[in-house]
Design a binder for this molecule. Structure first.
Ligand code: GLP
Length: 241
């Protein structure tokens, strides 16, 4: 586990974007694991700027996202499809058909989970996986509980997660109650995992996750088992380290 505690979130955005650019210049055919939420937005902004400056190309890369809500359309402004399009995909040269997200509108959600797992399996290991952390220790939408699932699966979102994400929706009733998420096994199999955490409100969560017991009640604690985990925190999030 390597810790990078940086003065500001902007410093994190640049250093994490550096890691993506370095990988893509060395291995243009890389498989990228992408995340949503407010934390990675600055990273995507930086990647778009670098692409426009001709410093990086995604032409030969493939991307897989961690998760998607169930029950809102792909073109809903808060769907993760819309998020990825507006923050990154529509601004870069990732080839059409090379970016994958689970389809939260599939008629058969179990079949959709198998389809996504098959895509991931056929692609092979993700080279660089970006993850954020929820206040309750979730990764992707792997919520705390008595057990965790290894592959892509349907989850019922915690009330605390819905409350946390309510800021993106008009009303709490509009926040989906379910989602599809990549499982912990897929995340842990990535060659390198970048955990990005900013803000004082996540300080206790990330400290518990990375120094406390490895337990399903804190899914992010399983990241302690990863052989190449890089943790990027601003000073506020890194308060207890
Ligand atoms: C969401 C996403 C996660 C993300 C987390 C934290 O629920 N599914 O991938 O890490 O919330 O989001 P934020 O960065 O907005 O705090």
């Amino acid at each position: 586990m390597r810790f990078h505690i940086l003065p500001t979130a902007a410093d994190i955005h640049e250093q994490v974007a550096d890691q993506f650019c370095k990988l893509l210049s060395e291995q243009p055919f890389s498989k990228l694991g992408l995340a949503t939420g407010s934390t990675p937005i600055g990273i995507y902004t930086s990647l778009v700027r670098r692409f426009r400056a001709g410093e990086v190309s995604f032409r030969n890369a493939t991307s897989f996202n961690l998760d998607e809500y169930v029950g809102i359309s792909e073109d809903h402004p808060e769907s993760y499809h819309s998020y990825m399009d507006s923050k990154l995909f529509q601004h870069i040269d990732l080839a059409p058909g090379s970016s994958y997200l689970p389809n939260g509108n599939a008629t058969d959600l179990q079949e959709e989970c198998s389809r996504y797992d098959n895509l991931l399996r056929d692609a092979g290991r993700i080279d660089l996986q970006l993850v954020g952390i929820g206040h309750n220790g979730h990764i992707g939408f792997n919520e705390p509980g008595r057990s965790l699932r290894s592959g892509t699966h349907l989850v019922k979102l915690d009330e605390s997660t819905r409350q946390a994400n309510a800021r993106f929706f008009d009303r709490i009733e509009d926040v989906p109650t379910q989602a599809l998420t990549m499982g912990m096994d897929t995340i842990l199999k990535a060659r390198t995992v970048l955990l990005v955490v900013t803000g004082a409100d996540k300080a206790a969560t990330v400290h518990r996750a990375l120094t406390g017991p490895i337990e399903t009640e804190c899914p992010a604690s399983l990241l302690q088992l990863h052989p190449d985990l890089h943790v990027y925190m601003d000073v506020e999030a890194g308060l207890h380290f």
